[in-house]
Structures are given as structure tokens and as C-alpha cells.
Design a protein around this ligand. Sequence first.
Ligand code: ADP
Ligand code: MG
Ligand code: ZN
Length: 485
Amino acid sequence: MNYEAVIGLEVHAQLLTRTKIFCHCSTAFGAPPNTHTCPVCLGMPGVLPVLNRKVVDYALRMALAIHCTIASESRFARKNYFYPDLPKGYQISQYELPVAEHGYVFIEVNGDKTRRIGITRIHMEEDAGKLIHDPYRPVSAVDFNRTGVPLIEIVSEPDMRTAAEAGAYLRQLRAILRYLEICDGNMEEGSFRCDANVSVRAAGSETFGTRTELKNMNSFKHVENALTYEIKRQKACLEDGRQVVQETRLWDPDKGITAPMRGKEEADDYRYFPDPDLVPLVIDDRWVEEIRASLPELPDAKKARFVSDYDLPPYDAGFLTSSRALADYFETCVKHFPEPKTVSNWIMGSVSATLKAKNKTIEKSPVSAERLAELLRLIDSGVISGKIAKTVFEGMVEKGKAPEAIVREKGLVQVTDPDAIAEVVKKVLGDHAKEVSDYKAGKTKLFGFFVGQVMKATRGKANPKMVNEILKKMIDHDAGRESGG
Ligand code: ADP
Ligand code: MG
Ligand code: ZN
């Protein structure tokens, strides 16, 4: 039988507000434990939460960006459970009436046709604290700095069919959150987290199979690997005539497997009920329109514009718009050197390779967009060859200098004097009499060898096009004379 996977994701995004969702404590990361706390986020008796307006602004930004319907009235609810990182004994979340519902995003896998992934809902909630387990003693400590830090949870429809689609969906959500500047999207630090629900069914079936929920994945790669493993495991289960058990499973990145964490019997009963301490949240059209007007150009729109305005291939446009900063870098560079495809090639090539090697993002690029444009102008005006430009670029990365300065210091100016080039060609042909006669005997592939020798003799500085022309003229003229004899 042919099986297909069904995947739905629950994503938690930590919002970049300065203060927590229901009190004035700072959300800054990395402070000494329990210094960003107050009676409200510590859940002392008698305190009252006050909703941070910025949290709603940010949730609305995301809701509008992914085409959700905004609830004119939504509610906060208490999700009751006991855990040492939750001082109140309940988490304030939204349940029956979330702030936004029924949205969608488009994803693309390997440049293939786009797929629409439905968004079920977005709701706001507070984060819990953090347990720190002592590796040497049976003791755990708790840090409440994170308690009350605002999150939005984005729940997708079960619309994805492969691990790659889940990866593409997550990257798209993260890109949008970062464009909106409401979440830093750092998966390793946990400010962008994902639980993956997955089931397997007969291909084309209308009903869903039993699902498992995967946790503990702190990179895109982990999510994709965990899903790939789990889909295979569930298929094997069904093929053997066994049933998939509904349960939560943990991804073990070292072993490369998922293992059960808790089953349905232990499924939590959260006894949700509306939080009596918080009034219903009313959002009027004016608030929504104010937020809508403040939205930046988003990834899909920017990509479409890059294709139409700069005549770039969709692949390039997708790459360059993967972050706002990268897109800005490209546009700044094009402003100073208006050849979009050349700029794109350099950004996708040398610039990206350098950033990857140095583990930096474009914001911290050692070569600014303006400097890259200067380099491209030097190539364009024939001062240096494209090949030498790579060397100059390396110098710009290491020394942080302007390209002109490097060209001047290292004497890299391109040789474009035909007489000078002819001189070198003549010498190369004279030094390689054997290859010359082989060439004349029909081994025309040797042409490249001669070009290489000329470039070597000029330390790469000869204009390659001129070398080709002059070489061709001299060697063929020579050949013609001999055979004509
Ligand atoms: P819960 O709150 O128990 O996690 P939800 O109904 O909110 O359950 O679903 C959570 C996620 O699971 C959603 O993203 C949804 O798309 C996905 N989902 C639901 N049923 C299935 C299924 N049979 N297979 C795969 N994903 C599913
Ligand atoms: Mg769930
Ligand atoms: Zn507080």
C-alpha cells in the first residue's frame, strides 16, 4: 500500500517586548537568576495581571501578516497544571476565544510550485520559568526570569505532507516574524520552538491516522530528521498490521530516534476556564488598521518585486529576501552598482561563503554593500579581472580595507596593453615548442593550457579576453604560415 504523511505544527514564538506580558519586569535574556521577577510573575496571592498592550500589537502584526481573521473580542484562560517552573499553578493562555484564526502562508519546496498551508489559530500566552538541573547532585534550581515572558502560539492545519514541507513552513514563519521584528527566531535559544504532530494514512485517504506529537527539536534540521524518522516508524507499524499509539515522543538527536515520553492515559486535563482577573480583550477596527498600516513589505511581496523590478530568477529573489537585512544589503549594493544579477551572484557566492565561514550574519558582514559595489565597479571598468576580484575580496574581508587600496598596494591592476600581453604570449609559445607542435598537429585542447601559462606568467593580471584573442591570432597565424609553407 502507498502511504502518505500528515503533519501539523504548533510553533511558540517569544515576543521581543521590553517587559513581560502581565507585569513590568524586564524580558532581557541572560540576567542572574530570579532578578527579573515581581509578585505578579511570581504568582503571589492577591496580585493582579495587567495586559501589556505591546504584546497585543505584536500578535496583531503576525495575525495580519499571515492573513488571519482578528477576533473583535477574545479571552484569556487559565491552563491549570502543576510543575515547579509554574509558580501560580496555572499558565495564562487563550483557549476557546483566541485573538486570531483562519490564516494561511505559502511555502515552496526546492523551488517547486507553491503550497498553501492553513493557519488554525494564533493565541497569546505567558512563558513558564526554567528548571536548572544540577549535574552532580539530585537537586534542581528554578529561574523565574522567563516566567511571564510573552509568547504567541501559531497552530497550523494538518496541511503538510513531507518533512521538507514542514521545514519550509517553519522557515517561512520565522522569516515573517523576523521581518515584523517581533521575534528573533533563535531556535537554539528557544525563542522559536516547535512541536510537530504527525500521522500516516493510505495515500489519498480522506480520514486521518493516529498521530504522535514530537518535542525537543531545537533546529530546523532536527525537526526534519525527527519527522523523517517518525514517518518511517509509523509506516513500518502499519505495514506490520500494528497500530500507531497516540503519544508524545522525544527526539534524541544523538541516537537519531524518537522515543515515547508520555502516552494518552497520562494526557493532561488542564481544566481550562476564563481567567476572572482579566477582562475580555476588545480590539476595534481602528487598532487593527493602525497595525496594518505599520506592516513592512513581507517576504512574498518582496520576492515578487525583486523578480519584476530587478529581473532576477525566482531562486535568487527567494535567497535574497530570506531576511530583511540581506534584501537591504542587495538593494543598497544595486543602488551603487545597477547590475542586479551580478550583485546577486556575488552575494549568493563570495559574500555568503564568507559569512558562513565566519559564522556571521549579513548585519555583521566584514564587507559592506557600498564596498562590494566599489569592487564590482573595478571589474566593470576593467581595472581588475573577475579572477583577481576574488583575491581582492578576500583582502577586503581580512583587512577591512577599500578595494582600490588593496589593488594599489598589491599591484593587481589588470594588464590591458596588447603589446605587453603579446610579449608574454610570444614567450610562452617559445618556451613550449613541443605543445605548440602538438597543437598544430590537431591537439586543439592545448589552447587552454597556453592561456593558463599566460595567466600564470602575469600572476592572473592579464585581461583574459585579450589573452584569448591575441593567443588565437598568434598561434593560428603561426600554424597557417607553416602549413602554407
Ligand atoms: P492538541 O492541543 O492536543 O495538541 P490540536 O487539535 O490543537 O491538539 O492539534 C495540534 C496540531 O496537531 C495542529 O497543528 C493540527 O494540525 C495537528 N493535527 C491534528 N490531528 C492530526 C493528525 N491526525 N495528524 C497530523 N497532525 C494532526
Ligand atoms: Mg499539541
Ligand atoms: Zn514581574
